[in-house]
Design a binder for this molecule. Structure first.
Ligand code: WT7
Length: 699
């Protein structure tokens, strides 16, 4: 008998009960439908599997190509799919140059600095063109970069970030943007994994009212990359205030250069965009997995750009005359696809906000929306919960009107959805709940807003051209529309999907395809369902409800953190013998990590050790991973084979039923740990918790 069976845990996904009730529909308004980009429901027939893969020509035709492709989908290296093969294209040209004729004087970006006294900074398409060209000239001539080289960008939310990305894209240089909130160490590991020649950073940026030191992280990043045997040639430092160095960290002679100074030599320089093969990598985006180090998801050029352009147009309903504000950070995939590449490819005006939406008060976001007359708004449930908590009545004080709102990153509670709809959207905006991932490049499940009604708590049906299937643990298809939970997969490749994990094709195949692959030798895409790693169920109406991860990945404020990464950070503290990380429910962030550690013999618990663990996490990963609690326990609950029972710890952290623990090697520990976490008095136990917690640690 396996440990799982002994403990009576052999419950298949399909038997796990569902948490939220099915909800009522909300139809989009007739005004919205009257102006929408996509009102033709035959799109689903056009993009049916019968018409696959040629149906995606409709998406690629939204772009300008130097050379048209000859093969829509090449499967010869399955499951590394190649889209639009033979085509030549440049992403920077499509996001900038091609709009000059009609829109050169229109704002491409509007930068909103965090300090409210600093003016908004609109950047027209012409101005963006000039800046991207000059930066590309610098990268080419001063740094010697050429197509295929990698560059790591560790920058905050300022216009210099998209300028740098588009300058790389212009040259065919592969950018790897690391979220500015990540630590220098995390950045250094990504530099060495991608063997980036260059690190591009900024001296400082604003967050919650203070100008944060940022350049110091570059020094740490270069040091860590060095330790791992990779030398960074140059560090380019942008100035948050051009002409003034705002960091306390000195420049390293011969290695560090101020971009704003260097750019003067490239004044007026123009660099022709390099026509790149459609399947050339455009960028890497690192994301956490179950084990080991973060994975560098490699996205291609033509397929990716076609997919984010089309979904920005059909799902987010972006027209050039709209003012579009996505409040994500460009350092995550949402920002790449739906602040930079998708909206700019459509000649939209994309708002870029440096700061925190609740600083200096809960009205900040709505003042920005009012002043810029934003009409498309895009954010995550965690931010919606935060805004609702900080100022439930704030939106009505401001005169803005959204026609459309997006939510992304985690399931949104129907209660929170209703506040978003009635209060933020003032009952006027169509909402799309978009389910997708770093790996998928763009939306997988969502309503097309003029075609289907909204249903709170459901991500909606599959996006056009996406064909999901739910499998049970044995690999049988769960009947469509049966409301039974299982592992959601996508039957077909689509142009936005990532190409591989940078430098680790085996990990790509084993993580995303091995589980339900019908024949590992096959070159037929039908044999390779893609496994996103989420549990889901489909209702009769075809809408999917996403139930959370099936692996031990914690979704904190809409971002994935691998429990193994956190645990190995804890183990770097000399006193720690064992570490286990579990998710705890948090009102605002959705989930936050709770950390359980046991000490090596000879040490006793202390506040200092707790602090050391917290610091180790902040230094290894970043403040985003800050634990809610660090519990120093006398011992970990373990199976007889010595496996730490994370499931039991997760139940304790969340006042859930710990289940039968009598077969553990040390059942008495469970009560000791429970008292430590919940206090001496017994706490009312929830019999039924959220699906991801019930499933956590079971595999
Ligand atoms: C994971 C991907 C997609 C960009 C932001 C996060 C969860 C994402 C939803 C949604 C329920 C969602 C999934 C997914 N997720 N969107 N609308 N409803 N869950 O990207 O860091 O790659 O995380 O976020 O679990 O697998 P990511």
């Amino acid at each position: 008998m396996s440990d799982k069976e002994k403990e009576g845990l052999d419950v298949s996904e399909a038997q796990i009960a569902v948490h939220w009730q099915e909800e009522e529909y909300f139809p989009p308004s007739s005004q919205f439908i009257a102006q929408a980009n996509m009102t033709d429901s035959t799109i689903y027939d056009r993009m049916s599997l019968d018409n696959f893969p040629e149906c995606f020509k409709e998406y690629a035709d939204m772009l300008d190509w130097y050379q048209y492709w000859h093969t829509t989908l090449d499967t010869s290296d399955a499951p590394c799919w190649k889209w639009f093969v033979g085509g030549k294209i440049n992403a920077s040209y499509n996001c900038v140059d091609r709009h000059l004729k009609k829109y050169k004087n229109k704002a491409a970006l509007i930068f909103v600095p965090e300090p409210e006294e600093e003016p908004h900074l609109p950047i027209t398409y012409q101005e963006l063109y000039v800046r991207v060209n000059e930066m590309a000239a610098l990268l080419q001539d001063f740094c010697g970069l050429k197509a295929g080289d990698r560059v790591t960008i560790h920058m905050p939310m300022t216009p210099e970030l998209p300028v740098t990305m588009l300058a790389c894209a212009r040259l065919g240089v592969i950018h790897s943007v690391v979220f500015a909130g990540f630590s220098g160490r995390a950045c250094g590991e990504r530099i060495s994994d991608s063997t980036s020649r260059l690190l591009i950073t900024m001296d400082a940026y604003y967050r919650s009212g203070s100008l944060l030191e940022h350049k110091d992280k570059a020094d740490e990043a270069v040091r860590v990359a060095d330790e791992e045997g990779h030398t960074v040639e140059k560090v380019l430092v942008w100035q948050r205030y051009p002409g003034k160095y705002s960091s306390k960290t000195p420049l390293v002679e011969g290695r560090d250069f101020i971009v704003n100074d260097l750019l003067k030599q490239y004044h007026g320089k123009r660099i022709d965009p390099v026509p790149m093969p459609a399947e050339a990598p455009l960028f890497l985006m690192y994301t956490s997995g179950t084990t080991g180090r973060p994975k560098g998801c490699q996205h291609g050029t033509g397929g990716y750009l076609a997919y984010v352009t089309a979904t920005s147009k059909y799902v987010q309903d972006i027209h050039p005359e709209d003012v579009y504000w996505c409040m994500a950070d460009i350092g995550w995939i949402t920002g790449h696809s739906y602040i930079v590449y998708g909206p700019l490819s459509l000649a939209a005006t994309s708002v870029l906000f440096e700061g925190v939406p609740t600083y200096p008060d809960a009205g900040r976001a709505w003042r920005i929306a009012e002043r810029l007359d934003v009409n498309i708004f895009h954010t995550a449930p965690t931010t919606i919960r935060m805004l609702r908590k900080a100022g439930p009545d704030e939106p009505q004080k401001y005169n803005y009107h959204f026609k459309h709102m997006t939510t992304v990153g985690e399931p949104i509670e129907p209660e929170v959805w209703r506040w978003y709809y009635h209060v933020v959207g003032k009952g006027e905006a169509a909402i799309v709940d978009t389910w997708w991932q770093t790996e998928t490049g763009g939306f997988l499940c969502t309503t097309v807003p003029a075609l289907q009604p909204m249903k709170p708590g459901s991500a909606g049906p599959a996006a056009p051209g996406i064909h999901p299937v739910i499998y049970d643990d044995e690999g049988n298809e769960v009947p469509a529309g049966s409301n039974k939970a299982g592992n959601i997969c996508i039957r077909n490749p689509w142009p936005g999907g990532f190409q591989t994990i940078w430098g680790d094709r085996n990990r790509y195949v084993s993580t995303y395809y091995a589980r339900y692959c019908k024949n590992p030798e096959s070159k037929d895409w039908r044999d390779w369902p893609y496994l996103p790693g989420d549990a889901a169920m489909q209702a009769k109406d075809g809408y999917f409800r996403i139930l959370g991860r099936i692996d031990d990945v914690i979704n904190v404020a809409g971002h994935r953190l691998g429990t193994k990464e956190l645990e190995s950070a804890c183990l770097a503290v000399p006193e720690i013998a064992e570490a286990a990380v579990v998710p705890r429910v948090d009102e605002v962030k959705g989930r936050v990590p709770d950390i359980y550690v046991s000490l090596k013999p000879g040490y006793s618990a202390s506040k200092e050790i707790e602090k050391k663990v917290e610091n180790a996490i902040a230094e290894t990963i970043g403040k985003i991973a800050k634990p809610k609690h660090v519990f120093i326990v006398p011992d970990m609950p373990k199976t007889r084979s010595g496996k730490i029972m994370r499931r039991v710890l997760a139940a304790v952290s969340n006042n859930m039923n710990v289940g039968d623990v009598t077969t553990l090697a040390n059942p008495e520990v469970v009560e000791q740990v429970r008292k430590m976490v919940q206090g001496d008095a017994p706490v009312a136990v929830q019999q039924d918790g959220p699906e991801d917690l019930k499933r956590f640690g079971q595999e």
